[in-house]
Design a protein around this ligand. Structure first.
Ligand SMILES: [Mg+2]
Length: 234
């Protein structure tokens, strides 16, 4: 096992979206398909640009609110992101409902390559595994479709249920409590430098950035493939 799963580590927690689970087809393709079906004409480039801007605006709103969240806030976040991104389509509220439901279904997601092997190997090592996600209660029906993630299920921490989202220390305190060990005995694995890597580090956990597209080369603890958690490259 590579250095970050050293003998002092007793628990490994994972981020969900972008780490263990990916939208398939991509979120952009799903939005673009919906726009096409509505008869509206917006390019994929324009949809992407609008989505990124709307998503960032909601991140800033959450930061200003001290990272407080709830199921209601998550629904409001996605309503704003969808209706801003799809502005001009005939019935944006209907689009929101369709998209919100779409991403609650396991068929909208695929498991990250190697995830099953990694979870199996870590389980055999006797590590406590869990999930720490900024997704909302929709994560439960999604997990139903992925038995490979069953070892994580007894310890799923959902920000909307905690009341604080990543990167807040309050969220990671709940992760630590759920794991039942000290922060320095924990490794958090996620794809977001701010929410996962910096958030977990600030709460005293070890962290590894899952940098699939090699975007953040300056981060020390970094993997490009999940399997590097159990099988270092080279
Ligand atoms: Mg993520």
């Amino acid at each position: 096992m590579p250095e970050w799963i050293h003998p002092g580590i007793r628990a490994v927690f994972f981020d969900a979206v972008g780490t263990l689970l990916f939208p398939e087809p991509s979120a952009l393709a799903v939005y673009a398909d919906l726009v096409r079906r509505s008869g509206h004409d917006v390019s994929e480039a324009e949809i992407r640009e609008r989505f990124v801007a709307a998503y960032r605006a909601q991140e800033e709103a959450d930061r200003a609110a001290g990272w407080a969240t709830s199921e209601e806030r998550e629904r409001e976040r996605w309503h704003r992101i969808v209706t801003t991104t799809l502005r001009g389509v005939p019935d944006p509220d209907a689009c929101f409902r369709e998209l919100f439901d779409h991403f609650s279904r396991p068929t909208a997601w695929r498991l990250a390559p190697g995830a099953e092997n990694v979870i199996g190997a870590l389980t055999r090592r006797g590590l406590t595994l869990g999930l720490g996600t900024n997704y909302d209660a929709r994560v439960w029906p999604v997990l139903d479709g992925f038995p490979a993630l069953d070892p994580l299920r007894p310890r799923v921490v959902v920000s909307a249920a905690v009341g604080f989202r990543k990167p807040a220390t309050g969220f990671f305190r709940e992760v630590i409590r759920t794991a039942g060990c000290g922060p320095h005995e924990m490794l958090f694995v996620g794809d977001d430098i701010d929410n996962d890597y910096e958030g977990a580090s600030a709460a005293g956990l070890d962290a590894v950035l899952f940098d699939r597209q090699d975007r953040v080369p300056l981060v020390r603890n970094r993997i490009n493939r999940l399997t590097e958690l159990i099988d270092p490259p080279g």
